[in-house]
Design a protein around this ligand. Sequence first.
Ligand code: AQP
Length: 339
Amino acid sequence: MRVVSGIQPTGKPHLGNYLGAIVNYVKLQDEAHASGGRCFIFLADLHAISQPHDPTELAANTREMTATLVACGVDPAKTVLFNQAQVPAHAELQWLLNGTARMGWLNRMTQWKDKAGKNREGQSVALFTYPVLQAADVLLYQATHVPVGEDQKQHLELARDIAQKFNNDFCSDKDPTFTLPEPYIPPAAARIMSLRDGTAKMSKSDPSDMSRISLTDSPETIMKKVKKARTDPEPLPSEEAGLEGRAEAKNLVGIYAALTGRTAGDVLAEHGGQGFGVFKPALGELLAETLKPINARFAELKNDGEALDAILARGASQAREEGRDTLAHAYRALGLVRG
Ligand code: AQP
């Protein structure tokens, strides 16, 4: 079992990142550790430069996101925790895979279409080739399990296509370079939506802070955001089918379900018939309780820059070692001569 996933150190991590991805980093880290496997979690700082950014903020956010991950339960003693920029093999392997990835494949990526919008010509090349770097990130470590939110499923399928084509084109059946990775997507929290619009995903780059719960929000802020979340005037239905066409209600019930490890059906069996005046405070309290220990741990860690840098340096050194053989294999397969 080889678990690999990454998170961009852009802005503050939110509930979508937590329920969609980070909770599963911790779960799979523990499973991998118990079964003699390996878990790699990285700060995707090389991905972060695909969009306009402030260099000083990127460095600060990289440390802050490291503190957040550790506060959420990512344990540097069990997981190789590092930032991409300290492991040149990610960028090297991306270049090698650029020869295999097809323009048509990248053109079909919905994230590229969404982020580029109507201004494709004005986007960085890095935003277009972002999924090839993602493929390199996971293939470098022979990932078997990749915990991600639903929005990344298409990119992971692309990583599999790239791996398969590379293996077919350049390797014998007995000696493939890459393992084909599988996505690990949480059923209850695959896609947490904005609190202001139930049809848009909760995202760090949404200009409205009221659209998301940040993992470092205070209990008061959490309660205020939940109470102000957009909803409809109807009470909650008692069965899941009654949530159809009610995107905002469905989102809040989904969050409650993910936080309690239950299904939406179970939550509705208990809360069906309640108006949002009752359900929202219950959800706000549950959220505040869940995030309280994370907040406390984050506050302890965030100012210890030296300790955070030491975690990243140690993780990077392990990652460089772990990726060495696969990178060498890819160079050899392509017929590239190295000393
Ligand atoms: N709303 C979401 N619901 C479930 N999972 C989500 N993820 C992100 N948003 C949601 C998952 O979080 C992991 C890390 O994401 P990322 O920071 O690397 O990239 P992102 O998907 O681009 O995150 P954002 O918040 O949406 O950032 P911006 O606004 O910059 O685009 C991934 O596994 C992702 O699936």
